[in-house]
Design a protein around this ligand. Structure first.
Ligand SMILES: Cc1cc2nc3c(=O)[nH]c(=O)nc-3n(C[C@H](O)[C@H](O)[C@H](O)COP(=O)(O)O)c2cc1C
Length: 312
């Protein structure tokens, strides 16, 4: 697990900060280049135009690749507009699955903080997880000061817990598998009880779980570009048609209670982890509400069935 620092710099401030970061982290340093880095005449005007349009410039990416568990520190300037083209272009060209990303944005005075969600969106789509954002002011700050600020940022990052973050795409894959299992479990429960009202409830829950799978697949497609192919293990059932007594139904229902509780907790956690993705937050909160309702309902059924049992 290595922490790699990648910077983009035209007038040298971001380079100096990045050097401080990399040296504090004792990790490799890479520089991005494009048609502005050689400072051709009129580059400032051209740079302004580039960030207003969707100009990914002619990008020189260093030979940097990532292994799961690596960390990436991206250091770049604010150019009053969108994220600098070289940084957008770089992020869109690498796979960041299992990578924790830290962003360091430099500006002379102020601005740019609102752009972080643009870059976070690109990072999430590439499978990465944004763990920290640092904004630094360059005005009246010489090289030494900038280097030492970079060092402080590096030491802060070094203290952060390390691990392999699960990408949004992987979280959605797990959620699809769990919802399919839930769907199959309710289908089996329909067959396993003779109680009409319970059958109707399980039927409506299995339909809800199928709708959840659809919602998750749509979201997955938006982020992974393809539909997720489930493993299909949950469909196998040893004796799905056998009618069983309440005690076994109760046992199976308690598995549903656990699964529904886990589901709404996971959905809330995903919503919290991706504030830069409004579509993810909206869908996750809607799924969490639905599974919380299931959880309460199934728990209620469990209580009634166990009261029936204890009266016997
Ligand atoms: C085209 C352009 C637009 C800029 N706009 C702003 C701005 O709106 N606010 C600000 O504080 N700094 C602005 N800056 C200043 C840079 O963010 C700052 O100088 C930065 O440190 C440059 O990084 P570098 O030396 O690594 O290239 C702008 C710089 C350029 C070239």
């Amino acid at each position: 697990m290595t922490t790699k620092t990648v910077f983009y710099s035209v007038t040298g401030h971001s380079r100096t900060v990045a050097e401080g970061v990399a040296s504090a982290l004792n990790g490799p340093l890479f520089g991005l280049s494009d048609r502005f880095t050689a400072q051709p005449s009129g580059w400032k005007r051209a740079a302004r135009r580039a960030v207003r349009g969707l100009d990914l410039a002619v990008l020189g990416t260093p030979d940097v690749s990532f292994d799961r568990g690596d960390r990436l520190v991206l250091v770049f300037p604010y150019w009053n507009g969108a994220i600098v083209p070289a940084v957008s272009g770089f992020v869109r060209s690498v796979s960041l699955a299992g990578i924790t990303v830290f962003l360091v944005i430099l500006r002379q005075l102020s601005g740019g903080d609102e752009l972080i969600s643009q870059l976070a969106d690109d990072i999430v789509r590439q499978g990465g997880t944004v763990e920290g954002v640092f904004s630094l002011r360059t005005l009246w700050r010489g090289s030494q000061r900038l280097r030492s600020l970079g060092g402080r940022v590096g030491r802060h990052i070094a203290e952060e817990a390390q691990g392999v973050p699960t990408s949004l795409q992987e979280l959605l894959e797990n959620a699809i598998e769990e919802e399919i299992e839930g769907h199959v479990r309710y289908l089996q429960l329909i067959e396993r009880t003779t109680r009409k009202r319970l059958k109707a409830t399980f039927r409506s829950f299995s339909a809800d779980e199928a709708a959840h799978v659809q919602m998750l697949q749509q979201l997955y497609r938006a982020y992974a570009g393809v539909v997720y192919e489930p493993h299909g293990g949950a469909a196998a059932s040893s004796d799905p048609l056998k009618v069983l007594d309440d005690s076994v139904v109760l046992q199976e229902l308690s598995a549903s209670v656990q699964a529904e509780r886990k589901a709404f907790t996971v959905y809330r956690a995903i919503a919290e982890r991706y504030p830069s993705q409004p579509d993810v937050v909206r869908q996750m909160l809607s799924l969490a509400r639905s599974d919380l309702r299931h959880y309460r309902h199934v728990k209620g059924i469990c209580n009634v069935l166990s009261r029936h049992q204890s009266k016997r």
